[in-house]
Design a protein around this ligand. Structure first.
Ligand SMILES: [Zn+2]
Length: 182
């Protein structure tokens, strides 16, 4: 069994006082790995998270400088689960993809995120961000079940009623997700 922390859209700028909130430290106290969905927006976020657990991140549309070297999408295998991570601000190959009208607050970001992995037949879970709106939804993509997870933002909730991050408990091929909001 592995406990994984999921976070996105930290939007912490250089010199900003908007550091990671205590809720994130509490939620991630026992995680073995952290996955970040992009828009970090300062390398110091990676440093802070790496002190908690090894952190894997993708590039968001607001990640520049050293963070511009992060991949747009990546796959992570944990036990028997394959997780795809991408920010959700642009679709694979910049193709236009139709919105998912049944993904509340995430109709475009979720569609764009799925486009990066829809032909990866082994991906069980897709993590993304960009909308700052949490989403936890099981979907069928090309005939297989995929868990879509947007943890929201812990620092910049915009139009969302909550700040958030998430946990994934992975045991073999089972994924038990938990959204944490405040
Ligand atoms: Zn973004």
């Amino acid at each position: 069994m592995k406990l994984i922390g999921v976070i996105s859209d930290t939007h912490i700028h250089g010199g900003s006082t908007r550091a990671l909130p205590e809720q994130v430290y509490a939620a991630f106290e026992n995680v073995e790995m952290i996955l970040h969905g992009g828009d970090l927006t300062a390398p110091s976020v990676l440093d802070a998270l790496n002190l908690l657990a090894p952190t894997i991140a993708v590039r968001g549309n607001n990640d520049y400088g050293a963070l511009a070297n992060l991949p747009i999408s990546r796959r992570v295998e944990i036990e028997d689960v394959v997780i795809g991570i991408t920010h959700g601000d642009k679709p694979a190959n910049n193709l236009r993809v139709p919105k998912l009208t049944d993904a509340p607050g995430n109709s475009q970001a979720a569609a764009d995120a799925i486009s990066h992995f829809e032909f990866d037949g082994d991906v069980n879970c897709i993590i993304f961000g960009h909308s700052h709106r949490a989403l936890l939804q099981n979907r069928e993509i090309n005939g297989r079940g995929v868990l879509l997870l947007n943890p929201g933002s812990p620092t910049d909730r915009r139009w969302s009623p909550h700040f958030g991050c998430a946990l994934l408990k992975i045991d073999g091929d089972k994924i038990e997700p938990q959204l944490i909001t405040w």
